[in-house]
Design a protein around this ligand. Structure first.
Ligand code: UT7
Length: 327
C-alpha cells in the first residue's frame, strides 16, 4: 500500500534587515503607492552581507526538526529548493545535511525557481509513498537580493530573501499529501530568466547575471496556470473547492493571488497572504507562509490545504495536503 507523506514539522528564517518601499524610492524611480497598488508589497527582508542561502536554510531546518521532534540523524533525505545557492556544487542540500548533522541522509538541490517548494515536496512525497524513505527535510532558501539589478525598478522592488522548511514523515492516512499537479511551458524562456555561468562562449550575448523579466507576460500565465493546476489537483484528490480550508499560494503579487482566489471561487479569508511583509521569496515563500498560517491558528487537523506556485520555466504546480501531524 502507498504511504501518505505528512507534514510534521515547519520552520522559517527571515533576515533581520527590513527594506521598506520608501527606502527603494531613494534608489530607483518608483513609489510606495505604485508598489503597494500593483503588488501589495510594503517591505521585504534582505540577507546580511555575510549571509548565504545555506545559512538561512540551516536555521529554518533546525526549527522544523524541533517542531517535528525528529533528530537530524533520523533523516533519510534533504532536498533544498533554491536558485541562489552560494555554490553550484556542492549542493546547498549537502552543506545543510552536514551542518545539521543529518549523517544518514542523502541530499540534493532542486531548481524550479519560484515553483521549487511545490516541486520538492512532490518529489519527497514520492519517496515516502513508495516506502523508500520515511523522514525527509524539504527546504526553500533564497537570496534574490544577489541576483537583482538594483537599478531595474521592474524587478528590484518585487523580491526578498528568506528560508522556510518542512519535515515530511510517513503516515498511514488520512492525513498527508493527497495529490499533486505539475506543469511546464518552456516555449518562452525569455520572459523570465537568469543567465548561468556556462553559456557557450560563441553565443554569449552579455554578462548579465541578474533577473530579467517581462512582468505582464508572466502575470497572465501565472493566473491561468495556478487556477488550472489547483482545479486539477483538487479533482485528483476527489475534492471540490468547497472542501478547501486554506489556499497557501506562492507569494509573488497580491493581485495575482487575489485573481486566482476569485477564479477558484474562494472567499478571501481562505487565501493566505503575507507578501506585504516579505515580497517574493521564491522557493521559500510557501513554507514561510505555511509557518505563519500555523502560528496564526489558521490550520487545524483534517483541514484541506492547497499549495500552488508558478515560476520561471515557466513552470507551475499545486498540491493538496490533508493536515494532521499524527501527534
Ligand atoms: O514568481 C515569479 C516571478 N515573477 C512575478 O511574480 C511577476 C509577475 N508580474 C507582476 O507581478 C506584475 O506584472 C508587475 C508587478 C511586475 C508589474 O505590474 P503590471 O501591472 O503588470 O505593470 P506593467 O509591467 O504593465 O507596467 C505598468 C507601468 C509601466 O510604465 P508605462 O509603460 O505604462 O509608462 C512600467 O514601466 O509601470 C511601470 N513600472 C513601474 N513604475 C513605478 C514598472 N515597475 C515600476 C516600479 N515603479 N517599480
Amino acid at each position: 500500500m502507498l504511504k501518505y507523506a505528512r507534514v510534521t514539522g515547519w520552520g522559517k528564517y527571515l533576515p533581520d534587515k527590513v527594506v521598506t518601499n520608501q527606502e527603494l524610492e531613494k534608489k530607483v524611480n518608483t513609489s510606495d503607492t505604485w508598489i503597494q497598488t500593483r503588488t501589495g508589497i510594503k517591505e521585504r527582508r534582505l540577507a546580511a552581507d555575510d549571509e548565504v542561502a545555506s545559512d538561512m536554510a540551516i536555521k529554518a531546518a533546525k526549527d522544523a526538526l524541533a517542531v517535528a521532534g525528529v533528530k537530524p540523524e533520523q533523516l533519510d533525505l534533504v532536498i533544498v529548493a533554491t536558485v541562489t545557492p552560494e555554490m553550484i556544487f556542492p549542493s546547498c542540500a549537502s552543506l545543510v545535511q552536514h551542518a545539521i548533522g543529518a549523517k544518514n541522509a542523502a541530499a540534493f538541490d532542486l531548481n524550479a525557481a519560484c515553483n521549487g517548494f511545490v516541486s520538492a515536496v512532490s518529489t519527497a512525497s514520492q519517496y515516502i509513498g513508495t516506502g523508500t524513505y520515511k523522514k525527509i527535510l524539504v527546504v526553500g532558501s533564497e537570496v534574490y537580493s544577489r541576483i537583482l539589478d538594483w537599478t531595474d525598478r521592474g524587478t528590484c522592488v518585487l523580491f526578498g530573501d528568506g528560508a522556510g522548511a518542512v519535515v515530511l514523515e510517513t503516515g498511514d492516512g488520512p492525513a498527508g499529501f493527497l495529490s499533486f499537479n505539475m506543469g511546464s511551458d518552456g516555449s518562452k524562456p525569455d520572459i523570465l530568466y537568469l543567465l548561468g555561468i556556462c553559456g557557450a562562449p560563441a553565443n554569449k550575448v552579455d554578462d548579465n547575471h541578474y533577473i530579467s523579466m517581462n512582468g505582464s507576460e508572466v502575470y497572465k500565465v501565472a493566473v491561468r496556470s495556478m487556477t488550472k493546476s489547483c482545479k486539477k489537483a483538487l479533482a485528483d484528490a476527489g475534492l471540490t473547492i468547497n472542501d478547501v480550508n486554506l489556499l497557501v499560494p506562492h507569494q509573488a503579487n497580491k493581485r495575482i493571488i487575489q485573481a486566482v482566489g476569485k477564479k477558484l471561487g474562494l472567499n478571501e479569508d481562505k487565501v493566505f497572504l503575507n507578501v506585504q511583509k516579505y515580497g517574493n521569496t521564491s522557493a521559500a515563500s510557501i513554507p514561510i507562509a505555511l509557518c505563519e498560517a500555523v502560528e496564526q491558528g489558521l490550520i487545524k487537523d483534517n483541514d484541506n490545504i492547497v499549495f500552488v506556485a508558478f515560476g520561471a520555466g515557466l513552470s507551475w504546480g499545486a498540491s493538496v495536503l490533508k493536515w494532521g501531524t499524527g501527534r
